[in-house]
Design a protein around this ligand. Structure first.
Ligand SMILES: Nc1ncnc2c1ncn2[C@@H]1O[C@H](COP(=O)(O)OP(=O)(O)OP(=O)(O)O)[C@@H](O)[C@H]1O
Length: 266
């Protein structure tokens, strides 16, 4: 579960806040998409929820960010391993380069944590199966397509069993086939109970994939709601995002939209 309340942040060299008074929650098993134009604050928000901002960047922050009821202000980055996973734009940059096969690459993080060999093998096989990578398990990560490499990046995070995953434009470097693979994987994450924050500038797939959509503009949330509500908003273009009005796009409400699942912190 992600809870962000009254959060503002300015980079050390920033002349204005990158995020201003941001408020939202994402419940367990929910996929919340964040859209907005260039410089709206999307990647900064991804960094905030994954704990790198302001821990690694410095800067001035106000407000609270809690993940699974833990205040990130008081939690060192090492304390988030296994709790929050981050997947970035370019899958190529996320491959360690230290392992020869897909299977070994997925096992890499578990090896570093000293997870026993049998458990590690079982967890890796499960992730390979969940993401449809079993057929390429013995291949070099560098022989995979862009979409498969992004699945590998997702798998390397998923194997750590995070309860929250943040994906910062995971499809921006991929072709249509790669896009489809990643969006399919997002469904798998949700099925496994992962809370997902997806930064995405392309709207096409959000109508069916997201439970909630937030629109950021110059650091502030200017709209939030179901995909049907937000993607049909005439102001989207003003905010630097393209409006999606085609009937087929909004025809089917996303699964689970009738009520928000999940729990609250006490
Ligand atoms: N490391 C940094 N130091 C100073 N300012 C930064 C830094 N990173 C981002 N900014 C500024 O913070 C604001 C928000 O940037 P951010 O990258 O979060 O937006 P974005 O919505 O992800 O944009 P894009 O879609 O272009 O990647 C921008 O004004 C940007 O110039």
């Amino acid at each position: 579960m992600i809870e962000v309340k009254g959060f503002s942040f300015t980079y050390p060299t920033g002349s204005r806040p990158a995020l201003s008074d941001v408020d939202f929650e994402v419940a367990p098993r929910e996929l919340c998409a964040v859209v907005g134009g260039g410089g709206a604050g999307k990647s900064t928000l991804a960094g905030v929820v994954s704990g790198t901002v302001p821990h690694l960047t410095g800067g001035t922050a106000r407000g609270t960010v809690r993940v699974n009821c833990r205040d990130l202000d008081d939690t060192p980055l090492s304390g988030l391993v296994g709790e929050v996973g981050l997947v970035m734009q370019n899958p190529f940059n996320q491959i360690s380069g230290a392992r020869f096969s897909v299977r070994e690459e997925i096992a890499f993080g578990l090896e570093n944590l000293g997870v026993p060999r049998d458990e590690m093998a079982a967890r890796v096989d499960l992730v390979l199966d969940d993401l449809g990578l079993t057929g390429v398990r013995d291949r070099s990560p560098y022989e995979l397509s862009g979409g498969q490499q992004q699945l590998l990046a997702i798998g390397s995070v998923l194997v750590m069993r995070p309860t929250v995953m943040v994906l910062d434009e995971p499809t921006s470097q991929l072709d249509a086939a790669g896009n489809a693979l990643v969006f399919e994987a997002l469904g798998t994450l949700k099925e496994q109970g992962v809370t997902v924050l997806l930064i995405e500038h392309r709207m096409e797939r959000l109508a069916h994939a997201a439970d909630r959509v937030l629109v950021l503009d110059r650091g502030a949330i200017v709209a939030k709601g179901t995909p049907g509500e937000v993607l049909a908003d005439e102001r989207l273009e003003e905010w630097g995002s393209h409006r999606c009005v085609t009937r087929w796009l909004l025809a089917a409400p996303p699964a689970g939209d009738s009520g928000r699942p999940g729990s609250r912190c006490r």
